[in-house]
Design a protein around this ligand. Sequence first.
Ligand SMILES: Cc1ncc(COP(=O)(O)O)c(C=O)c1O
Length: 365
Amino acid sequence: MQPKQSIVHLPVYQPGKPIEDVKRELGLTEVIKLASNENPFGSSPKAIEAIQAELANISIYPDSFSTELAAAVGSYLNVTAKQLIFGAGSDEVILMLARAYVHPGDETIMADETFSIYKHNVQVEGAVCIEVPLKDGTHDLPAMLAKVTDKTKIIWVCNPNNPTGTVVGKDELHAFLKQVPEHVIVVLDEAYFEYVAEEKAPDSVALLGEFKNLVLLRTFSKIYGLASLRIGYGVGHPDVIHFINQVREPFNTTRVAQAAATASIQDQAFVAECKARNAEGLRYLTGEFERMGLHYFEPNGNFVMFDTKLPSTQVFDGLLRRGIISRARWAHYPTYIRITVGSQEQNEKFIAALEQVLQEAAVLG
Ligand SMILES: Cc1ncc(COP(=O)(O)O)c(C=O)c1O
């Protein structure tokens, strides 16, 4: 038995530590998970209602083309159903893009560091990842452009970038897209788009009219609070979406997820409220980091990456013992931690725990 050579050395994805594991391992009764950029305010009550109504139908396969959801998303974004592809999370759309467009030996370009799933899927296909260092925590688009060759198939731009939270400017993005050759697909991953302040968010849907090689990724896992239902989508030119559809599994999203997502996109009041509460949380957290003299990258999503000035694993462990799950171990940022914006109560508990950990380290150090 021989697996594909391209996967032999791949790591198994390590998600944020689950709450139940931490409770059991450390004997804690209260644990706050601020590790996976989930929505601390839950999901829309309209989504819950839709889920409950759909439960009666779960013995029937779902609609392979997510027709109702495509109509709802299409009308929200002002695009046609032929421009949309749905996946089991945007993770699956990333997988399908790699499967449809990347051959062994092809090249794809991405930032270093960025969301790890691009690299994973490109490597599964036996293709080459050209990783371009971030500049001050932000995508260095000119440097990425300079890496384009005849073999380049996809450039991945994560906006806001996970883990740093930075965004590329609207003008910079437009200038970049104008210079990318037509044979290269640009994937603009906008998993956190809905959190971005209006003046900073590019009108990426409008850019689709100008650039046939642009594919946007959005998800219902973040601000819409449907992470466990696994539903996300891609938006692009119908020809590109057609090819992605050709590698899609027939029933890749569930009835329950489609129903919940349809109700969710129609409840923009919930989204607006979460956006406002997240902005408040960001103001609080960044204010506290400033008070403590800790550097952070300008956050535009629902998370902040900040410098603990200590080995981040030490701070991660200290926070964990106090019931806070964070995210550490960033290859190029060994002293940085990424923390999801929680509810105000969670944010205050996190800051109190962080101060204790840092004080303990100062005493011990
Ligand atoms: C930048 C980015 N893209 C995509 C995803 C995938 O999200 P999902 O598969 O839940 O839609 C995530 C999840 O954390 C993310 O941070």
